[in-house]
Write a protein that binds this ligand. Structure first.
Ligand code: SF4
Length: 487
């Protein structure tokens, strides 16, 4: 099956770019090619990647952060803002999980955490310009672990500090767990201004669900999807995972068929990164059930083909959208952007991340909160914020940050614009990067004209690999960072 897959199955929308008439993008996408680029690689939701962030010295008594690294100072001159809120609590453990979460049945923990989170929000009161929050995302964990009363308390508290908006020109989204979300909570969320919903599905096969300890029926997902649509939620998104224990090409295809019947607007098809030495939960997975690498690649090909044959647009990396979804339209019009949650339609000048492990950014750099929920609440109680590391961007970082964003969102780099910024010929300034990319040119994954360097249709699978060639820090020294595999 994988051998028969050709590029025509991988994309259905045209990106405006110079392509030679004899572009090699029509060559078949073979399992061998996929295997060649399948190794570990950052996802580039930021540049530099978070594992590069450096410790920030915090004075425990005053709460002041020493040194010049205060990238949050730039928040007072932004024109738009994104908010991310991390709610780490879950009722039960999914064995594949690599998220920052706390499994508990003690609701008091969540309620107390929310007190601290709202205190953290207050820390930003004097630091953020009064600008509209164009994008808000509640992630976790399971954000709806919070009851309706506390969800309301959260949004009222955020509204006390930030300029929350409602309507079609903002994107307020929440990660929903179809196993536990009550329909009444959907009403609450809609009333609070949420207009987007994403659901973790992963796989519908009962054996796979047992192997990952996450039992969720298609009927639960159907009920939630239909109820969300009735209440006016748009762009409903499903998360699927391939490469899970007990999964096969045939079982994943059956899951995709069920998903197609439910017709979500967006689909993220993630690759499962099995790193049991790093993520304790994954040690509960029976390694004998893990599919071999060749089967994982075949799954990726089969699932992607099924989706694109059904009319979904392959946006790049692991994201698909219906052609009429604003995400697919934005991609075709070159308006797609990227932040810590992945692709977005509402890029803002800065992101404020609240809660344990949350990352924030401004034009000057990044800063991140303590990962551990207890360390986070202790820090908030002591000094109002829980920042422990960050990064001040250099001019070269900014150049590469913009370049990587352009490559991953618009599938091209404007060489002339980069020459204007660097004051040097593109081939000279980026000669090391071009040498690293040479195999990708030879494999027909990238192309070049005088004006731009572009990603071919089949190259959309390997955006992370192309971006990595421009990552100075990845190549300057050996790293012990452990990135997920591309496939
Ligand atoms: S996958 Fe989601 S619901 Fe499951 S344990 Fe992880 S954060 Fe919680």
């Amino acid at each position: 099956m994988a051998e028969n897959c050709t590029d025509s199955t991988l994309s259905s929308h045209e990106i405006q770019q110079d392509r030679p008439a004899s572009s090699p993008t029509t060559l078949p996408l073979s399992p061998e090619l996929l295997a060649r680029y399948a190794g570990p690689c950052p996802r580039y939701t930021s540049y530099p990647t978070a594992d590069r962030f450096a410790p920030l010295a915090v004075d425990e008594s005053s709460g002041a952060v020493a040194g010049a690294e205060r990238p949050w100072d730039a928040l007072n001159s932004v024109r738009s803002l994104s908010l991310y809120v991390h709610i780490p609590f879950c009722h039960s453990l999914c064995y594949f999980c690599a998220c920052n979460k706390v499994i508990t049945h003690q609701y008091g923990l969540a309620s107390s955490y929310l007190d601290h989170l709202l205190k953290e929000a207050q820390w930003y009161r004097e630091r953020v310009a009064p600008v509209p929050v164009t994008q808000l995302h509640l992630g976790g964990g399971t954000p709806t672990f919070l009851n309706d009363r506390d969800l309301t308390r959260l949004m009222v508290g955020l509204g006390d500090v930030f300029e929350l908006r409602s309507g079609d020109d903002v994107e307020y989204s929440i990660e929903a767990d179809p196993r536990v979300l009550e329909l009444e909570t959907l009403d609450t969320l809609r009333n609070l201004g949420f207009n987007r919903l994403s659901m973790g599905i992963q796989d519908f096969n009962p054996d796979v669900q047992r192997a990952i300890n996450r039992i969720c029926t298609p009927q639960q997902v159907r009920t939630l999807t239909e109820a969300a649509r009735e209440r006016g939620f748009g762009s409903i998104s499903y998360d699927l995972i391939h490469g899970l224990p007990g999964q096969s090409v045939a079982s994943l295809e059956r899951t995709i068929d069920t998903v197609l019947e439910l017709a979500p607007d967006r689909i993220a098809l993630y690759h499962y990164a099995h790193l049991p030495h790093r993520f304790k939960a994954q040690r509960l997975i029976d390694s004998d059930l893990m599919p071999p690498p060749s089967e994982k690649i075949a799954m990726q090909l089969a699932a992607s083909r099924r989706l694109t044959e059904a009319g979904y647009v392959f946006l790049g990396m692991d994201h698909f959208a219906r052609p009429d979804d604003p995400m697919a339209i934005a991609a075709a019009e070159g308006r797609l952007a990227r932040n810590f949650q992945g692709y977005t339609l509402m890029p803002a000048d800065a992101l404020v991340g609240l809660g344990a492990s949350a990352i924030s950014y401004s034009a000057d750099g990044y800063w991140q909160n303590q990962h551990n929920q207890k360390e986070y609440t202790t820090a908030i109680a002591a000094r109002g914020q829980a920042i422990f590391r960050g990064w001040q961007l250099t001019d070269d970082d900014r150049l590469r940050q913009g370049l990587i964003m352009e490559l991953m969102c618009h599938l091209r780099i404007d060489k002339r614009e980069l020459e204007r910024k660097t004051g040097a010929p593109f081939a000279g300034y980026f000669h090391r990067e071009l040498a690293r990319l040479q195999p990708m040119f030879e494999d027909g994954l990238l192309g070049q004209s005088d004006r731009d360097l572009y990603v071919t249709e089949r190259g959309r699978w390997f955006l992370r690999n192309a971006a990595a060639a421009f990552d100075t820090y990845l190549h300057e020294a050996q790293t012990d960072a452990q990135y997920s595999r591309v496939l």
